[in-house]
Design a protein around this ligand. Sequence first.
Ligand SMILES: [Zn+2]
Length: 294
Amino acid sequence: MISNPPPWPNNCRCAVAITFDMDADSLIHLERPDDSFKRVSTISQLRYGPEVAVSRILDTYKRLGLKQTFFIPAWCVAQYPDVIRRIIDQGHEIGHHGYLHENPLEFNRDGQAQLLDKGIEIIQQATGVAPVGYRAPLYNYTNDTTDLLIERGFEYDASLMGDDIPYILRSREKTLIELPSHWGCDDWPPFAHVPDLDYQMPVRSPSAGLSGFIEEFEAAYRWGGLFIPVWHPFVTGRLARWSAVEDWLCTLVAREDIWFAPMCEIARHIQRTWDGGTYTPRIDTLPHYKGPVS
Ligand SMILES: [Zn+2]
């Protein structure tokens, strides 16, 4: 099923990085800049992430001994310093996720560079270290992103969907690790419903929504792949959903042959095995197209 599965540490069968994108209320301020401040109910829904859910998620990670990754828009890093401190103090990774969750496709190369630099500066000030991982808001990776990330010392990207396992993005003979996911592992389709963001879906029950993620995980476990859920504290961190997730995570940790790690460690593992000649990842050269396809 997977032609070239990576060798995971300690003979583990698959790698898992639960990623939480803590977008909080950046989304409504970006989408409705003129009157977002009046939309109190939507703001309450989005602020549930930093105000309530992240503590719950961190408690679960502590109980299970997990270190994981949070991608956070820099505006949220500045807005919610206490939450950021708790995430860092418990040893989790914070990755770059734009400034106010801007869509990179709406910016030219200079504009994208400015957003990246602003985010790096704010994250570095808050955490003491520059981020090494990036997920583009809305997964909107552009033809400039690879070069911009490499120039700034990023070690991996987590925006693309081109494989079931880590692969390499190459641009102008330089490379970046890609740790891919896809919409089947994203919690917006089963659980999110935010009319003020023009996103309305039938909300599934916790067990029905979680069943899709469980099937995605079991395939990764069976075939030696990588499972990267793309979750949001205000979505999957709600009480009934996270309660179900915690029960499920307990069963996974008990299996003892699953490698849970923050994204930076997975990227470094792949880089090490590639450098050491024990594994050759697939290489994808970017950009795929330099202009409109005729
Ligand atoms: Zn996001």
